[in-house]
Write a protein that binds this ligand. Structure first.
Ligand code: COA
Length: 345
């Protein structure tokens, strides 16, 4: 018998829109300035500002027990409140992080318990700095598929716990900061809202450009194992820089092409805050006015998974992203990974 004949007829698909119903963010109270770094390593405010654009970053107070879950919970609560919802409304919590509380359980489960999300699904995803943008694409498509209605998406990281704040780690420790951002993505009957084009890419060949070794076996071939580096982020800064300067514009162009749009059609570019020079290069390549590509790296540094949602929350709260705007989210990071998400919000 032809199995196709007896296949049940699927119900007609009702188009579903997806909106960003609320956003929230949280930065730890403790601020680490360039002057603070000058005291513990051979660096200078001028060098850091010139090479990265960063002046301050926030870091968790680990001695006081502050950790990634606390930032994530605060960001998610703020996003729920902004959306006029409670944790009980969530069908799923996704947390993009490369610095989870523990290896098991997923940090999203701890967050779920802390906010009282009951039996909503919860899991982490790790795509380093691309995590939140990948999460937007995944959460959006789960909602558009019709099975999930409300998803809490968090991007939270505390890279400060993987930093060597000494001369040996100076090219990395100056860049990263801690933080969390969250968005509530929700089904809507307004089908104009949601993703117009998206992409998710990875090149595993580039894993050696950013990694955190824990044993001798974790060092790439050709790099002598060094126990003093274990537990700290190892980054080939110049290689990542070259990758990012080339990839960012290509990613933006690829996403515009998929949607059949021009850069000038987009109301706001929300880009991962990796280095101010990389962001300026992308802005110049597309001839974008300053106010269309948001930059907050000077205040918060590179907050990895929190970078994009922190920008999103600041832009919504200040009214620079408004209902109906066309917004492109772009990120790249360890993996190497890179991805985009172009939304009508
Ligand atoms: N202060 C002062 N000097 C420093 C320093 C610091 N914090 N860190 C490195 N240097 C020195 C180096 O030792 C080197 O000195 P040398 O020429 O005597 O050997 C010199 O500055 C240049 O080092 P280099 O690593 O080539 O600097 P750079 O211009 O590439 O800048 C980064 C370093 C890390 C700022 C830059 O490579 C970068 O931003 N890369 C992208 C990183 C990124 O985006 N990562 C996140 C991915 S999500």
């Amino acid at each position: 018998m032809d199995a196709r004949v007896n296949r049940p007829v699927p119900p007609p698909v009702r188009p579903i829109g997806v909106r960003i119903a609320g956003t929230g963010s949280c930065l730890p109270a403790k601020v680490l300035t360039n002057a603070d770094l000058e005291k513990v390593m051979d660096t200078s405010n001028d060098w850091i500002v010139q090479r990265t654009g960063i002046r301050t970053r926030h870091i968790t107070d680990r001695q006081a027990g502050e950790s990634v879950k606390d930032l994530a919970v605060a960001a998610l609560r703020a996003a729920l409140s902004d959306a006029g919802l409670t944790a009980k409304d969530l069908d799923l919590i996704l947390m993009a992080t490369m610095t989870p509380e523990m290896e098991c359980p997923a940090s999203a489960c701890i967050v779920s318990q802390m906010v009282g999300a009951g039996h909503a699904g919860a899991m982490d995803l790790n795509a380093a700095c691309s995590g939140f943008v990948f999460g937007m694409n995944i959460a959006h498509d789960l909602i558009r598929g019709g099975t999930y209605r409300t998803i809490g998406l968090i991007g939270a990281d505390t890279l400060s716990r993987l930093m060597d704040y000494s001369n040996a780690g100076r090219s990395t420790a100056i860049i990263f900061g801690d933080g969390a951002g969250a968005a509530i993505l929700r089904a809507t009957d307004d089908t104009s809202k949601g993703i117009l084009a998206q992409s998710m890419h990875a090149d595993g060949e580039g894993w050696k450009d950013i990694y955190v070794p824990h044993t001798d076996h974790d060092f790439p071939a050709g790099t002598p194992p060094d126990r003093s580096k274990c537990g700290y982020v190892q980054m080939n800064g110049s290689s990542v820089f070259k990758f990012a300067v080339g990839t960012f514009p290509d990613l933006i162009q690829e996403t515009l092409d998929k949607a059949g749009l021009k850069a000038s059609d987009v109301d706001m570019f929300v880009c991962h805050q990796s280095n101010q020079r990389i962001l300026h290069a992308a802005r110049d390549r597309f001839g974008l006015p300053e106010d269309k590509l948001y930059i907050n790296i000077d205040r918060v540094g590179n907050t990895v998974g929190a970078s994009v949602p922190l920008c999103l929350d600041e832009l919504r709260k200040s009214g620079r992203i408004r209902d109906g705007h066309l917004v492109m989210f772009v990120a790249f990071g360890g993996g190497l990974t890179w991805g985009s998400s172009l939304w009508r919000v």
